[in-house]
Ligand binder design. Structure first.
Ligand code: SAH
Length: 216
């Protein structure tokens, strides 16, 4: 199995063909070994054009969705990034290739451990992980230049808007539990503006500023 070739093919047919343009995003996704971020049994499908199960009812996002969200963050390399919903750690690793440091929060402790191990195997060092309700952000480390939420949320969580730095960009799938619109916020002179992108389907953000656990 040549995972390098599979990765090249994935980038060509799923990202370039769908007009992902940021050369740095393309390079990062050519480099990060996605097969190290899926369970052994899913390894053969690691570069398929879909989300895959990672246990605990959660998923690793489709490569195209990772690319589009990362592209919208417009990373130059020096940013301090907050990610909510570590999951497998794959998106974390892509962000870490393109920024200075990634802080990532996951609510399920076993998945934090899983992601930590995956990131270690992938040789990714500029990340800090913790288990908690990421809908409240990471106040001790705020502000962040970029914030990405990789779980569906009814509104952009207010604490995350507050923890976004001036000139910062935030991305989240905002909508109902079953479908959402990828939403970008930007903060300029304290004012927050919003723009909408593609439709998407994410697992729910479960927490104080997301959905209640009982409904998940
Ligand atoms: N970026 C991940 C996506 C994982 S799915 C990847 O590509 O692998 C979304 C993740 O968000 C799940 O692991 C889920 O447990 C987590 N999540 C849900 N609600 C959360 C919350 N309030 N705080 C932190 N993580 C949360």
């Amino acid at each position: 199995m040549d995972f390098g070739q599979m990765r090249e093919y994935m980038v060509r047919t799923q990202l370039l063909a769908r007009h992902i343009k940021d050369a740095r995003v393309i390079e990062a996704m050519k480099k990060v070994p996605r097969h190290l971020f899926v369970p052994e049994i899913e390894r053969i499908r690691a570069y398929d054009d879909c989300a895959l199960p990672i246990g605990h009812g959660q998923t690793i996002s489709q490569p195209y969705m990772v690319a589009i969200m990362t592209e919208l963050l417009d990373l130059a390399g020096k940013e301090k990034v907050l990610e909510i919903g570590t999951g497998s750690g794959y998106q974390t690793a892509v962000l870490a290739e393109l920024s200075d440091w990634v802080f990532s929060v996951e609510r399920i402790a076993e998945l934090t451990d899983y992601a930590r191990e995956n990131l270690r195997k992938a040789g990714c060092l500029n990340v800090t992980l913790k288990t908690s309700d990421g809908s409240e952000g990471w106040i001790e480390e705020a502000p962040f230049d970029r914030i990405i939420v990789t779980a569906a949320t009814p509104e952009f969580p207010v604490p995350l808007i507050e923890q976004l730095a001036e000139n910062g960009i935030g991305i989240a799938p905002v909508g109902s539990r079953y479908n959402q619109i990828l939403t970008k916020i930007t903060k300029k002179e304290g004012q927050v503006s919003r723009s909408s992108y593609t439709m998407c389907v994410f697992v729910p953000l479960v927490g104080k500023h997301g959905w209640e656990e009982s409904n998940s």
